[in-house]
Design a protein around this ligand. Structure first.
Ligand code: GLN
Length: 194
């Protein structure tokens, strides 16, 4: 097997939890803080946190252009929560100047499941995996998506079912935080796809 080196974008957010989970699975993990470190990863996790802050740091760190290129070339990527926002084609309720990589053809609404106080944990049924715990913290809601997007899990939080785990080619987007539980199945799914 080709050696896997998975990067975790380490500019802001819950980096440590992703690094710990991937290390426990047994893959080589690198915390990516520079464009140079991004060059030799075979997959990347973009963590949850604050999408506007991560976007700003992507620019000041100089990582944005290389990451845009690598995503365009099909770099496998898993975006969780704020990471999903950064990968989506459209951000609703974003800041006026907020940009995204438009890697996954979904339109997400920031904080679409409610504010911090409305954070919740629930079991999510994932296609082919069964139940996994999902922690939603100011999570983005996928309000529309194109046919090229595979929906792997849906959740109904009272106003109709919407996708919470999606995949388009090598890009995976997850509204919730799999790294904040002790269940590593979503990470394994991603790693096994590499
Ligand atoms: N609402 C946050 C944002 O817009 C994302 C929250 C999270 O990643 N837990 O970036």
């Amino acid at each position: 097997m080709v050696a896997l080196r998975v990067g975790v974008l380490a500019l802001q957010g819950d980096v440590r939890e992703h690094v710990a989970m991937l290390s426990a699975i047994g893959v080589d993990v690198v915390a990516v803080r520079t464009a140079e470190q991004l060059e030799d990863v075979t997959g990347l996790v973009i963590p949850g946190g604050e999408s506007t802050t991560i976007a700003r740091l992507l620019e000041t760190s100089g990582i944005r252009p290389l990451l845009a290129t690598r995503l365009g070339e099909g770099l496998p990527v898993l975006g969780t929560c704020a990471g999903l926002i950064l990968l989506s084609r459209t951000i609703l309720d974003g800041r006026a100047d907020q940009w995204s990589f438009a890697t996954i053809d979904v339109d997400v609404r920031r904080n679409g499941f409610g504010r911090q106080i409305a954070s919740f944990e629930t079991m999510i049924e994932v296609d082919g995996l069964g139940s996994v715990p999902g922690v939603f913290i100011r999570a983005p809601k996928i309000e529309s998506w194109s046919e090229s997007v595979s929906v792997l899990a849906m959740h109904d939080h009272g106003s109709g079912s919407t996708p919470v785990l999606v995949r388009q080619g090598n890009a995976w987007g997850c509204s919730f935080h799999p790294e904040l539980t002790d269940n590593d199945q979503i990470h394994r799914l991603f790693v096994e796809s590499l």
